[in-house]
Design a protein around this ligand. Structure first.
Ligand code: VAH
Length: 318
């Protein structure tokens, strides 16, 4: 059996659905501090209300199900983290320690933990950011991801724990909504375009960011977790890339489907966070070690997002 912690979140809910398709619904236990919003996720398999900071409750759950794998996705993201720095640090770090320690104590075979391009900062080379480079993150979220990477590598080398990780770019999907990130505009923009509303963008029009369509992110995660351990040469966290675009480029892509779509730019505090992150990522290690290869581009993602959101809106309208 597999445990997904943070299963109600943007990535967690999609990963839970993908894992249930793969292993069968009954074998994938979803856990979060609140039930998932999507009915298909709620009704598709076991759900447990768990706070990852409560090591006792989490430990009882792990011993009850004897999980072979744990996907630990619960975290406070970049923008929200800046509003609650101390809580963000506590949840992101103590939550990780609880999972790493329980995995050792209860012989969990594999652990997955997401990192992010947020581990990079203002002095990191911003084009084709290398796997090993300067990292001076200046958000609490980025600092916690950088520290978390070091601890994951430590638990692997010191205790032999098979923990694996990816530095995700901004993730875009139609099945779930993002929660408190700096890249969330790239999901909201599709919803607003379909509703015929003007979109207020919280980043400047020329702010380039690495992004990825959710199906690609799910494929990368499962490919990494299924790769033989001997192929994994990176035990802090793999750089992972697919595409980069700015708000004006995604607007142009949407206008190829909805010519009347309108956008206005109202940069807020998230502009500074985005400006400290890379513009593009060198993910050659992931491609070399376990055959990473993204499938989607800005145009194919846009076509797929709009057609699926339209279907969902039609289904909800009946
Ligand atoms: C965030 N979506 O914006 C997350 C992610 C690279 C961005 O880490 O905080």
């Amino acid at each position: 059996t597999v445990l997904v912690i943070g299963a109600s979140g943007q990535l967690g809910s999609e990963l839970t659905l993908a894992l249930r398709d793969l292993y069968g619904a009954a074998s994938v236990v979803a856990a979060d501090v609140a039930p998932p919003k999507q009915a298909d996720l709620r009704d598709s398999g076991p759900f447990e209300l768990v706070d990852v900071l409560d090591k006792k409750v989490l430990g009882d759950l792990v011993s009850k199900y004897k999980f072979r794998q744990i996907y630990h996705l619960a975290a406070v993201l970049s923008a929200t983290g800046e509003k609650n720095p101390k809580f963000a640090w506590r949840l992101n770090m103590e939550g990780l320690f609880n999972v790493l320690d329980l995995a050792l104590e209860q012989q969990v075979r594999k652990v997955y933990w997401p990192s992010s391009i947020a581990v990079f900062g203002p002095h990191t080379p911003r084009e084709h950011t290398p796997q090993h480079t300067i990292m001076d993150p200046n958000t609490v979220y980025g600092i916690s991801k950088q520290a978390g990477e070091r601890w994951c590598e430590y638990y692997f080398h010191k205790f032999g724990l098979d923990v694996r990780s990816l530095r995700y770019p901004g993730l875009i999907g139609y099945k779930s909504l993002p929660g408190g990130g700096t890249t969330d505009y790239a999901v909201d923009i599709y919803h607003k375009a379909l509703q015929g509303e003007t979109f207020e963008c919280f980043l400047n029009e020329d702010t380039y960011l690495p992004m990825m369509y959710m199906p690609d992110a799910l494929k990368a995660t499962l490919d990494l977790m299924h790769a033989p351990a001997a192929q994994i040469s990176v035990r802090d966290s793999y750089n992972l890339g697919a595409m980069s675009f700015s708000p004006e480029e995604i607007t142009a892509a949407i206008r190829r489907h909805i010519p009347s779509f309108n956008i206005i730019y109202k940069p807020d505090a998230r502009q500074q966070i985005a400006a400290s992150w890379p513009k593009s990522i060198n993910d050659s290690m992931a491609r070399k070690d376990w055959g990473w290869q993204p499938a989607y581009t800005l145009d194919t993602m846009t076509a797929d997002m709009l057609s699926n959101l339209k279907k969902l809106q039609a289904a909800q309208a009946v």
